[in-house]
Design a protein around this ligand. Structure first.
Ligand SMILES: *Cc1c(COP(=O)(O)O)cnc(C)c1O
Length: 352
């Protein structure tokens, strides 16, 4: 059945294991395997779990619920909604937090469920996504949190290179260690987890420049695509081709490269522009923007050029190749494409 996303479980496990070992050598002994781009696909996530990650982390509580049978602690990565605290306490052992009202709500809910909920306090070191602002004073609120009976502050963390594109440098992550030392001193607690970021922190670690004291990373893209995300470089030793998309040709014809008639709007309300490259051989594939945006795909056959697409069709030029009707074309998805393909109920999964 097509379209279909092929998932190579051995390569996935290899990537995760390779990064876990690298991190261990670099003094980072706790790794959150981030699964949010896999939309709760238990088979793929089990491959990551087997590789030695210490926790599984996802941004959606629905996904964590599906992982209940995997015997690793679960972490909710996105800040909890007020409206989901019951589920957060039930299905996540840890959550990342930055709001006092949410933490107090988690404490009340944890009391109701007779549990201890673990939190990692997020600090914003400048990227301007989630976290307490690193230059502000948080002493009074923190004094209150440490007295909450059913909340344990397990650590602190930061998230970079997500909104503001800020690169994790030695100095930036040094700030996090300074915050850790200050909190431990002022509140007489021990912080077990000092989480120095996501796949964008890997290049610092691979260069052996990770400041001592950072003992956790939360890795997603590097595991699934073999790529660090500060500079977008492929990681030597990781597979870039864990995931491949297959889509089937449903029309194959020679046509002009410029539409014939007065040009108005395309299916998405844009006014399209065309370069006249004469007549060429075009294929229509049975996959569309409803499944994945064409910008997120790279054809594996270098002779194939993506021309565009509508909701249910992907149009490619295939003049340089010899395809026949019904043939299947293969593509490598980028991170954005992977998220969409894993989420589309119309895309089948094939495990290798
Ligand atoms: C998505 C996410 C990650 C993982 O990021 P990658 O770049 O895929 O490694 C880590 N932490 C948080 C809070 C996230 O939302």
């Amino acid at each position: 059945m097509y379209p279909c996303i092929q998932i190579d479980l051995k390569k996935l496990e290899h990537n995760a294991n390779f990064l876990v070992q690298k991190c261990k050598n670099g003094g980072i002994d706790s790794i959150f395997g981030v699964t949010k781009m896999l939309a709760g696909d238990v088979v793929a996530i089990e491959a990551i779990a087997r590789a030695g990650v210490t926790h599984l982390a996802d941004s959606r509580i629905e996904n964590l619920k599906r992982l209940e049978d995997i015997p690793l602690p679960k972490v909710l990565l996105r800040l909890p909604m007020q409206s989901e605290l019951e589920k957060v306490v039930r299905y996540a052992d840890y959550s990342l937090n930055s709001e006092w009202t949410t933490i107090e709500g988690l404490n009340e809910e944890a009391k109701r469920q007779n549990k201890c909920h673990r939190i990692i306090l997020m600090f914003d070191l400048g990227d301007l996504r989630e976290g307490l602002w690193f230059q502000s004073e948080h002493h009074d609120k923190l004094s209150k949190i440490v007295t909450l009976t059913n909340i344990k502050i397990c650590g602190i963390g930061t998230n970079l290179t997500c909104y503001g594109g800020i690169i994790p440098t030695r100095e930036k992550l040094g700030e996090l260690i300074r915050i850790k030392e200050q909190i431990e001193l002022e509140h007489s607690i021990q912080l077990e987890i000092i989480s120095g970021g996501n796949s964008s922190s890997l290049s610092l670690m691979l260069k052996n420049e990770m400041p001592r004291g950072i003992n956790n990373l939360r890795l997603g893209e590097s595991i699934v695509l073999g790529r660090e995300t500060a500079y977008g470089e492929m990681i030597e030793g990781c597979y870039p081709d864990v995931f491949e998309l297959e889509a089937e040709i449903i029309e194959l014809k020679r046509k002009p490269s410029v539409p014939n008639g007065e040009i108005g709007m395309d299916a998405f309300g844009h006014r399209p522009q065309f370069i006249d490259r004469g007549e060429h051989l075009r294929a229509i594939l049975a996959i569309g923007r409803q499944d994945v945006s064409p910008e997120y795909l790279t054809p594996l056959d270098p002779g194939v050029v993506i021309l565009g697409g509508s909701s249910d069709h992907l149009i490619v030029e295939v003049s340089k190749s010899s395809y026949r009707m019904g043939d299947v074309l293969r593509f490598r998805p980028s991170y954005g494409g992977l998220v969409q393909l894993m989420t589309s109920p119309y895309v089948q999964k094939k495990y290798l």
